[in-house]
Design a protein around this ligand. Structure first.
Ligand code: ADP
Ligand code: MG
Length: 369
């Protein structure tokens, strides 16, 4: 196994002047499961393909296990790649499919058999070794495709949306399988997905990309609670974070986030920070997660960070209630306990847990911490 170092990697296709990958600078630790996540077209596959040697690197240096590999042919890089479209050979059995790459390498029959059985054991597909792909379910096929890559014991695994073709339930199961596989193999894995839930549940660390740029590299916890900017905040989390435009107002030594729909008291520590950074009187964007808005049922005195809203649509998910509300021109999503009883058209009082709110500079869209 090995670590990987991306040093200011850039990619342009052909004579295009725009960069598909802009300045990818990152260290992937040995035995880490690193997830690259971002919307379609942001450069995830291009980045993986440069690691595999299937695309040239336009600028920068790539090291695998300390060795510069920019000009090393794919075969010599000792990397296994698993794609979304796992093409198994239909006329071969599962065993033969898994053994194929090793045979090409002229490995001894006995060792091939040992490796295939070991991989099949890890993936729990030993009972399928004699079957042909057409006699397998989608999940079993994907397992065989994984098996084909692990028999080689490569330095690094690259996985490009390997679960995208599976149905929702199977995807959830296979996510866990890959996480377990990662632990058993103690492998370095770069895993690409456009699905933020997949990224959050699988990654040791997550790299959020947009338009060829790294937006943030952090643990799932930090990406969720301390997003670096508006893009990351909006991309991670479902239902997504609410964004409110407003002004930071100062009154009697206290700061409020204010717009025609809401007037929210900013906690002292946060207020102090915003003031120090010169945001008093300035326009900002406040980001509030749906679970950080609560329903105020008994209100004795006006609550400093509450506001009036109208229920538009309710979605009862069994475990929780997703409520879409309007307040003035604002549209917000709120996550409440499923026992809450609300109907469209209800006028309700909501409160924001302001200590959890994230403030963004209205111009740069960077979070202010
Ligand atoms: P992702 O995997 O994040 O969806 P890709 O890395 O596949 O994104 O693509 C990033 C951008 O590069 C896209 O705009 C895509 O159209 C472009 N692109 C990908 N492959 C090529 C190619 N071979 N030639 C020219 N442009 C390409
Ligand atoms: Mg892709």
């Amino acid at each position: 196994m090995a670590s990987l170092t991306f040093e200011h990697i850039k990619k342009t296709y052909g004579s295009q002047s725009n960069l598909t990958v802009k300045d990818f600078d990152l260290e992937v630790r040995d035995k880490e499961l690193l997830v690259l996540v971002g919307p379609s077209g942001c450069g995830k596959s291009t980045t993986l393909r440069m690691v595999a040697g299937l695309e040239s690197i336009s600028e920068g240096s790539l090291y695998i296990g300390g060795q510069l590999v920019n000009d090393m042919p794919p075969k010599e890089r000792d990397i296994a790649m698993v794609f979304q479209n796992y093409a198994l050979y239909p006329h071969m059995t599962v065993f033969e499919n898994m053994a194929f790459g090793l045979k090409l390498r002229k490995m001894r029959k006995k060792e091939i058999a040992e490796r295939v059985h070991a991989a099949a054991n890890i993936l729990e597909i030993e009972h399928l070794l004699k079957r042909k792909p057409k006699a397998l379910s989608g999940g079993q096929r994907q397992r065989v495709a994984l098996g084909r890559s692990i028999v080689r014991v490569p330095k690094v695994f690259l996985m490009d949306e390997p679960l995208s073709n599976l149905d929702a339930k199977l995807r959830v199961t296979m996510r866990t399988e890959i996480s377990k596989l990662h632990q058993r193999l103690e492998a370095t894995i770069i895993y690409v997905t456009h699905d933020q839930t997949e990224a959050m549940t699988m990654g040791d660390r997550i790299v959020v990309m947009n338009e060829g740029d790294i937006q943030q590299v952090a643990s799932p916890h930090d990406i969720y609670h301390y997003p670096a900017n508006l893009f990351v905040a909006g991309f991670i989390g479902s239902p997504g974070m609410n964004f409110l435009k407003g002004v930071i107002e100062e009154q009697h030594g206290e700061l409020f986030f204010s717009n025609p729909a809401v007037r929210l008291l900013i906690p002292k520590m946060k207020g102090k920070l915003l003031k120090e950074k010169g945001y008093a009187g300035e326009e900002m964007i406040a980001g509030v997660r749906p679970e950080h808005i609560t329903h105020v049922t008994e209100q004795k005195k006006p609550f400093a960070s509450s506001f009036k809203a109208r229920v538009e649509v309710n979605e009862n998910l069994g475990s929780e209630l997703i409520v879409h509300v309007s307040a003035g021109d604002e549209r917000l999503t709120v996550r409440l306990d499923s026992s809450t009883s609300l109907a469209a058209g209800d006028s309700i009082q909501l409160a924001v847990k302001m200590d959890k709110a994230v403030f963004f500079d209205a111009d740069t869209e960077q979070a202010v911490y």
